[in-house]
Design a protein around this ligand. Sequence first.
Ligand SMILES: NC(=O)c1ccc[n+]([C@@H]2O[C@H](COP(=O)([O-])OP(=O)(O)OC[C@H]3O[C@@H](n4cnc5c(N)ncnc54)[C@H](OP(=O)(O)O)[C@@H]3O)[C@@H](O)[C@H]2O)c1
Length: 325
Amino acid sequence: MNTTVGATVKWGVLGAARIAEQALIPAIRAAGGHVAALGCRDLQRGQAYAQRNGIPHTMGYLDLVQNADVDAVYIALHNAAHLPWALAALAAGKHVLCEKPLTLNARQVAQLQAAQRIHGRFAMEAFMYRFHPAIEQLHALVRDGAIGQPRVMRGAFAFVLDRPEDVRWDPAMGGGALYDVGCYPLDLMRQLTGEQPDVLAAQASYTDRGVDHALSALLRFGDATAHMDCGFSLPFHQGFEVLGAHGALRVDQPFLNKDRDVVLWHDAHAHRFPPTDAYVRMVSHFQRAIRVEEPLRYPLDDALAQAETLDRVFLAMEPAPTGAM
Ligand SMILES: NC(=O)c1ccc[n+]([C@@H]2O[C@H](COP(=O)([O-])OP(=O)(O)OC[C@H]3O[C@@H](n4cnc5c(N)ncnc54)[C@H](OP(=O)(O)O)[C@@H]3O)[C@@H](O)[C@H]2O)c1
């Protein structure tokens, strides 16, 4: 993999997005990176955002990905814009950290893999929760056989999305609860077992425009059965547990936990982790990877497996009501 990145990684942020402002821009700085420029569709709105966030330059998307002062692009656009702009950034020789879901389907991840082979840059799906120490400890305990072979998993992630204009309600922008929140518990199930699921049943509720806003799925990951539910028309809740023949592990607040304690339960024993910024840990790792100081923990092969998992759940979901799209 070619890399030309110096000690301070220079970042371009694509999209004057909420998540960039709330989490990634501060995380890049806390990880020692420099936020060099913002890409925005609307330069006036972008300049106000850039000023508020101390970003020196604002420009259009194409200028951002081709900017000579940018080493890595963080893509915070709505889901349907991830693929075209990740491709454009790779083609311009930039490393890419792109919000989850990386793409809308596995076929699109394969396109990114092809581009990566040509352009020799790193790309990673920005699943920050994976970098939280409680999740890393969960993996270590399962790997070390603390509960035996996983037999049953339950994962959930939901909240109330009360902004009617949000991109998540729009089918053309890759809206929907599976893409937005269901991807988290499914990712963790996949990572813990190293398996792709058979989807035994999946049932979703849809908006008039055909966007899934609440869903449940029953799955099998190798020898483990799993239940996942998610939504953005449900009260906020998140949780994950995995049971084996010799014990149970449970993480309270596994996915969104920047400012709160996270408790990892091993049977009746509680291991409390103080608030940790997993976004900073993710950016730090990505920066070390693009400087070739450590291997990338989640290369595109992993993103492909994740996208295939979502594809399988979509396939099993009842189609949206006729005419809903
Ligand atoms: N990892 C996490 O914890 C986390 C949390 C929340 C969201 N996310 C992910 O981050 C991404 C952005 O989510 P967000 O909540 O930050 O969304 P948001 O604030 O609505 O931002 C979406 C961005 O999409 C861009 N966009 C491009 N074309 C657009 C169009 N036609 N209409 C509306 N927006 C358009 C906008 O860019 P301009 O600024 O150029 O207009 C906007 O900045 C999503 O992929 C989401 O899954 C991740």
